[in-house]
Write a protein that binds this ligand. Structure first.
Ligand code: NDP
Length: 602
């Protein structure tokens, strides 16, 4: 294998120094404490602008087989798989006014999924649907979520505009009591938690944020009644408005070109520029993706997961910039795995990374005409430090006369928001509308954040149980003391950029657990020893991301520069190996988590 060429422009030492300096410009002493929830004080953010009024309903006090918390893809897939196992009464409880989760809330102009639609949209084989675009618009994705929910009969028992507020294990009845903010207290034999990883919008705690007198909203609560238009654009309401947007992550990169088209003037307040790679979106036909062959979508998705997980695949069916950059790692890994030479691998990886980042910085220069603006848009960090983004419209938006890029890195972000605008350095930018594309609290489902209290056997609270030794689970799904509670998400489980694939495998597993417990008349509950064994598996193989992330520019990947990976520990050997492990476990060991119900024998 040949080591990738380091571009002549930068020696690696010089590049490392530049990365360090750029990081220092952005780190804030408060770390994650710099953010605040978009909570009730910001009345507008808590509202649901997409809700269709359905009126009041009476509280429910009945019994279902399975309660699923969350009606995004995770919850829908859980419901669909459980119903395929023949379980009838499945009730999904969802905060939004309909199914869709992320895709219900995020309807901002330009919203797309930057993972190829043919691998991102689940159950394509089962529904017969073939996406129309390589990268689908949000509305197509949302409609697909609704399609699966309809086909799986999930509407009949669903509760919308309803949030679960507590889960309590009833020892005598051996069922869960599910309480909601609409006064429901119903019972469920099983509870599946599918509250997602990116649900709670977050705002920067910028001084004066409450004082702004113009119009303001978060991108996940887009106010079309103010802007006019639709996710496709046409925001006539902005024709005479000075609009500011804070945030240039994956959301900002999609929405900024649309605002640039329609606003009288757009100010983009940037702290860290994203990497913005080629998008090349296009219409696709069933023929393009081989959709006439049985199981085409499952095969394509499996091929994608192998490649983005750094595993070898004989072919690259998706062939886009995600698979190309992951493919780089895959090319590097095999020879060094054989040699076992970690240092040589790190050196080759750093060189390949530098070459990729130089290519991305060159892209800025080739597109942006004003040299000063181009300099500000160039990303200076290692590729894996921040989530990559993709767009063929973003950089050219900065060539327009009505768009101003305001770099806030020297002041570690915006310094102050006033009644009439935003202050950076010595300048206050007057604004009519201020939009926050500032993302979400990552990886904190209701249960893990404590907002949704769970009391298991003996009234013990889940978070208290975990307080001393950290989370204890088997495979991330089940925990001792909390029978028949199945958690989805990446805690002690697997993760991937194609998260719907992960959710589909989780849903399949959850449904298999429910089916096994039903067949045996048993409870699902791992022993403490089983949890210990799983914790040991996670700890032994844990990769040393610490050092890599310590040197990264701040962001949610490294707890805003605190130098350790954010979020829960995942299975260390990747999603492909995890799925194989689960399949073997279902075949050979599932009986281990089945416990006798009181007064019954297994
Ligand atoms: P992110 O958390 O990724 O980005 C937040 C942005 O806000 C960053 O640019 C951040 O800057 C900026 N910011 C925060 N505080 C300040 C401040 N005080 N001053 C200036 N700027 C500030 O949120 P997104 O909504 O973009 O993405 C959320 C998640 O959704 C991500 O995981 C993303 O990958 C995912 N997503 C996926 C899409 C897809 O197509 N699959 C599409 C859109 C989103 P800084 O970087 O300096 O912290």
């Amino acid at each position: 294998m040949t080591t990738p060429q380091v571009p002549a422009l930068h020696g690696l030492a010089e590049l490392r120094q530049r990365y360090r300096l750029e990081r220092e410009r952005r780190v804030r002493p408060e770390g994650v404490g710099q953010y605040r929830d978009a909570d009730a004080e910001f009345g507008y953010y808590a509202a649901d602008p997409y809700k269709v009024e359905t009126g009041e309903r009476d509280p429910l006090h009945d019994t279902v087989d399975v309660a699923v918390i969350g009606g995004g893809f995770g919850g829908i897939l859980a419901g669909a798989h459980v119903r395929r196992q023949g379980v009838e009464r499945v009730r999904i409880v969802e905060k939004g006014g309909d199914f869709g989760g992320t895709w219900y809330w995020n309807r901002y102009p330009g919203v797309h999924c930057d993972i190829e639609s043919h691998v991102y949209l689940p159950m394509l084989d089962e529904t017969g649907y073939v996406p129309e675009w390589k990268y689908a618009p949000g509305d197509e994705i949302r409609r697909h979520a609704v399609r699966i929910a309809r086909k799986s009969g999930l509407y009949a028992d669903a509760l919308f505009s309803t949030a679960v507020t507590a889960l309590t294990w009833d020892e005598a009845g051996e069922t869960w009591i599910v309480a909601t903010d609409r006064g429901d207290t119903f019972r469920a034999t099983y509870v599946i938690n599918a509250t997602g990883t990116l649900t709670d919008p977050k705002l920067p705690g910028i001084p004066g944020i409450e004082d702004f007198k113009g119009h303001t909203f978060h991108t996940s609560r887009w106010d079309y009644s103010y802007t006019g238009g639709t996710p496709e654009g046409g925001m006539t309401g902005l024709a005479d408005k000075r609009v500011g947007i804070v945030g240039t992550g994956a959301t900002g990169v999609q929405v900024i070109p649309m605002l640039a088209e329609d606003a009288a003037h757009l100010y983009v307040f940037q702290r860290t520029p994203s990497t913005v790679d080629v998008r090349a979106n296009r219409r696709t036909t069933a023929q393009d993706v081989g959709a006439d062959r049985e199981g085409w979508a499952r095969r394509r998705r499996a091929n994608y997961l192998r490649i983005v997980s750094g595993e070898h695949a004989d072919e690259d069916l998706v062939a886009d910039r995600w698979t190309a950059s992951a493919g780089l790692l895959e090319k590097l890994l095999p020879s060094f795995r054989r040699q076992g030479d970690r240092r040589a691998f790190e050196a080759a990886y750093e060189a390949a990374d530098a070459a990729k980042m130089d290519e991305l910085r060159a892209r800025v220069e080739q597109t942006v005409t004003d040299p000063e603006t181009a300099q500000k848009l160039k990303p200076w960090y290692r590729y894996a430090c921040k989530r990559p983004t993709f767009s063929d419209l973003y950089y050219s938006a900065f060539n327009r006369d009505n768009v101003t890029l305001v770099d806030t890195a020297d002041t570690h972000g915006i310094e102050r928001i006033t009644e009439h605008g935003v202050t950076v350095g010595a300048t206050t930018y007057g604004l009519d509308c201020l939009i926050f594309a500032t993302g979400f609290n990552v990886g904190t489902s209701g249960i893990h954040s404590g907002k949704l209290p769970v009391h298991g056997r003996g009234g013990v609270r889940l978070l208290d149980r975990w307080a001393q030794r950290g989370p204890r689970t088997l495979h991330g799904f089940t925990s001792n003391g909390f029978p028949n509670l199945i958690q989805m998400g990446s805690l002690q489980n697997a993760s991937s950029v194609n998260f719907t694939h992960i959710l589909d495998e989780q849903a399949l597993h959850a449904a298999a657990l429910v089916a096994a417990a039903e067949a045996e008349g048993a409870l699902i509950e791992p022993s403490p020893e089983t949890e210990d064994a799983w914790t040991a598996v996670l700890a032994e193989g844990a990769p040393d991301h610490e050092r890599f992330h310590a040197e990264c520019t701040p962001g949610y990947y490294n707890r805003e520069g605190r130098g350790r990976p954010n979020g829960p520990t995942a299975y260390p050997h990747g999603a492909v190996a995890f799925h194989e492990l689960l399949e073997r476990w279902r075949d050979e060991s599932m009986g281990d988590v089945l416990q006798a119900r009181t007064g019954r024998r297994l």
